[in-house]
Design a binder for this molecule. Structure first.
Ligand code: HEC
Ligand code: HEC
Length: 669
């Protein structure tokens, strides 16, 4: 088929019968970018600018920049130096007519209703904690939202935005998609579990289809590991196949063998959308001739779109900054667009023989013409990338730091090799991947970086580092990169500035653990828990604004200080509270910090307590699955009231009501 034939065939298969401009198919899954039904306008979210914009595709110009925040675009706070968008719009959904646009504010917890033609904000409503995925019902009467912070999916009235139904789901519901029947709603779970299927009449959880981990391989560079980062789920047109882009994290490999090419694997799992069974799994081929799926290594598969005939899948990779085209029938890489012109691509749509890619860091959109010939499919740039936002409120240094944090683009910066891994491969969304890695110091659950590290004292579970700039060592040891602390100081400073001042704090859930208590009653319960926290002596170690004593007595965070167990001038304060792993194949061991100072194996830095709901499992080795599991361990660590130096004392006991309140307080941090 020549190129013209291909394009018109696509237009025909879209059902409009005419050639260009081809119509966009009805929005089938949540996305950060969407096309109007007539294919004329493009809608784009700007998480870092608290705006959504309307672009005219014909002229490639901005028609409307719609500010969603009450105070306009975010600014750097002069006192804290923090850059905290108030809304963080993450996903949008158009109704069938293309008249109404629904936008989720991950940070604000609100749903926004925008007049899609006029670009006017019509309404907004507080709905839940950290809403992300959003999709309109087929009759346009309701809108569904994935509340990632509440572990709930809600149904909202399309006009009043009032909540009409809710359902509890497994952890971190993220992207939404319609199944082949058009009424079953599918939701991916960002940190594992797989994909849930929900009935919408009425809203209820039907089942959760697990996506299974793949066990250790004798060759650790073969794709394997735990399933995380399920950012999208999409139905392949003309089939009932569900395609789920995600990561496999090879946590079985211990340091020092734990390096970039055996740590994280980009994966597409294809599920049968009726039975939920796994049909196939595509990933990188570790060695030439493996017969694997992708000849090129990509990193951070994020969003997926299909050609209208379902023949090709277009997968945008946030971290390696490229667009992978997969022949969906033959289940192999068809071609790759690398590099993309900008940074941090997050959204992709296909319409009328064109692919549109939204790039978050550079706030632009780039278009590619898709053509097919005897030698295969090819994508050619359709003009230069064009601006999707009038002016960027995020300072350039923070943009650079954001780019570096998410980058596995080794052609651009030497942060990894062969486009393999980024900080964000483990710190998913700047937070945790909910796995425990076998570091040379011992087992280490990935901590969340939400809110940054300022005011949290030393870094690492055993105070091995004191500043984010020290992470050149992670880049060089784990990520396979080549960073020099002196030569690359400006890059490291930008990375540190991003982590410390621009990674948002996590929002507390809007409901309690049982999903029964909200509003004032929840507030009262959390206040009671705060009193319990102080009364039983948690504050002995978890004190100050970040609820940690890390760095107390050592304001300069001098790593050379002696290891001490009570606050001592110039000392490095660590606590042995009985959580050390002393047996088994991978125990905690004595080691040295980044500068060679000795660290014991069993004494730990008190972690800051924030964003806790989001950072399960807990403790340095991830051995406590829930906060309820942490309580008895911490009660044992709590000193008898009045005792100056925290040592293992007689554990206070808590009544059930106080324990519930304490957990709710921790969940609110
Ligand atoms: C292999 C997964 C992985 C990668 C890649 C990774 N981290 Fe981490 N990160 C971890 C783990 C695990 C820890 C805990 C280590 C410890 O406590 O000993 C950690 C700890 C941290 C901490 C300390 C948090 C605290 O409160 O002590 C910061 C900050 C951090 N990482 C930032 C980064 C940055 C920046 C990058 C990229 C340059 C990065 N990480 C890459 C897994 C990873
Ligand atoms: C003696 C100092 C000390 C006291 C008292 C203390 N903690 Fe901790 N807490 C720690 C240390 C050290 C860790 C890290 C242990 C580890 O990772 O193995 C920790 C870990 C935690 C964690 C897990 C955080 C994470 O991200 O993994 C929670 C939650 C917590 N403490 C809550 C409490 C509560 C609630 C109390 C009071 C009942 C309390 N702590 C009392 C020192 C203390």
């Amino acid at each position: 088929m020549n190129r013209t034939a291909w394009v018109s065939a696509l237009a025909l298969s879209a059902g409009c019968g005419s050639v260009a401009p081809a119509t966009a198919a009805r929005q089938s899954h949540s996305n950060s970018i969407a096309l109007s039904p007539d294919g004329a306008w493009l809608y784009v979210v700007h998480p870092d600018a608290d705006a959504v914009s309307v672009l005219d595709i014909a002229t490639r110009s901005i028609v409307h920049d719609v500010a969603l925040g009450p105070a306009g675009p975010p600014v750097v706070n002069p006192t804290t130096s923090r850059f905290d968008p108030a809304v963080a719009p993450r996903a949008l959904a158009l109704d069938r007519a293309g008249a109404k646009l629904y936008v989720t504010g991950e940070k604000s917890g609100e749903l926004y209703l925008v007049d899609a033609q006029q670009g006017a904000l019509l309404e907004s409503a507080a709905i839940c904690s950290e809403p992300v995925g959003v999709l309109a019902a087929s009759d346009d009467a309701h809108v569904f939202v994935a509340c990632s912070g509440d572990d709930e999916v809600i149904e909202v009235d399309a006009t009043s935005l009032a909540i009409t139904a809710r359902v509890v789901t497994p952890r971190k519901p993220w992207a939404l998609s319609w199944a082949a029947d058009g009424t079953t709603l599918l939701v991916s779970h960002l940190l594992g579990a797989g994909v849930s299927a929900l009935s919408t009449t009425p809203l209820s959880l039907t089942t959760t289809w697990p996506i299974a981990s793949r066990g250790p391989e004798s060759d650790p560079t073969e794709p394997h590991g735990l399933v995380r980062g399920l950012y999208d789920v999409a139905l392949r047109p003309g089939t009932s196949e569900l395609w789920v882009p995600h990561l496999l994290l090879g946590t079985d490999t211990p340091q020092p063998a734990l390096v970039f090419n055996n740590t994280v694997f980009p994966t597409l799992t294809v599920l049968d959308g009726r039975a939920g069974t796994e049909l196939t799994r595509l990933s990188v081929q570790a060695h030439p001739g493996d017969g694997g799926a992708f000849g090129d290594v990509v990193s951070g598969p994020r969003s997926i779109a299909f050609s209208d005939d379902g023949k090709y899948a277009f997968v945008v990779d946030t971290d390696s900054e490229d667009l992978l085209v997969v022949d969906a029938t033959q289940e192999i890489e068809a071609t790759i667009v690398r590099p993309l012109p900008g940074h941090m691509p997050e959204g992709v749509v296909f319409a009328g023989g064109e692919v549109f890619v939204q790039e978050r860091n550079t706030e632009d959109v780039v278009m590619f013409k898709v053509s097919e010939s005897a030698s295969g499919v090819s994508l050619s740039p359709d003009g230069a990338a064009f601006k999707s936002l009038e002016s960027d409120p995020m300072p350039a240094t923070l943009r650079l730091g954001q780019e570096l944090f998410y980058s596995a683009d080794s052609d651009d910066v030497p942060i990894t090799q062969n486009h393999w891994m980024a900080c964000a491969s483990c710190h998913i969304e700047g937070r945790s991947d909910a796995v425990t890695w076998l570091f040379s110091e011992g087992p280490r659950d990935t901590p969340s970086n939400a809110g940054g590290t300022l005011g949290t004292g030393f870094l690492f579970r055993t105070a091995d580092r004191s500043q984010v700039q020290d992470y050149w060592q992670t880049i060089d040891l784990e990520q396979g990169g080549e960073f020099q602390p002196v030569a690359q100081k400006p890059l490291l400073d930008a990375l540190a500035a991003f982590v410390n001042t621009a990674l948002p704090f996590a929002e507390p859930p809007s409901t309690d653990e049982s999903h029964m208590i909200r509003g004032a009653a929840l507030k009262a319960l959390r206040a009671q828990g705060q009193m319990v926290f102080a009364r039983v002596g948690c504050v002995t170690c978890h004190n100050g604004p970040a609820l940690t004593d890390s760095g107390d007595g050592n304001e300069a965070l001098d790593l050379a200080g002696p290891i001490v167990s009570s606050v001592t001038m110039g000392g490095v304060l660590l606590h042995d509270i009985g959580t050390c792993v002393t047996s088994g194949p991978w125990p905690d061991v004595a080691h040295v910090d980044i500068a060679g100072h000795p660290r014991p194996g069993c004494a730990f830095d008190t972690p800051a307590l924030r964003g806790l709901v989001d950072s399960a499992p807990y403790l340095h080795d991830g051995s406590a699955v829930t906060l309820d599991d942490v309580i008895p361990i911490m009660l044992r660590a709590t000193p008898i009231a009045g005792q100056a130096s925290p040592t293992l004392g007689a554990a206070p006991t808590l009544g059930a009501a106080d324990e519930t309140a304490l957990v709710e307080y921790l969940r609110s941090l």
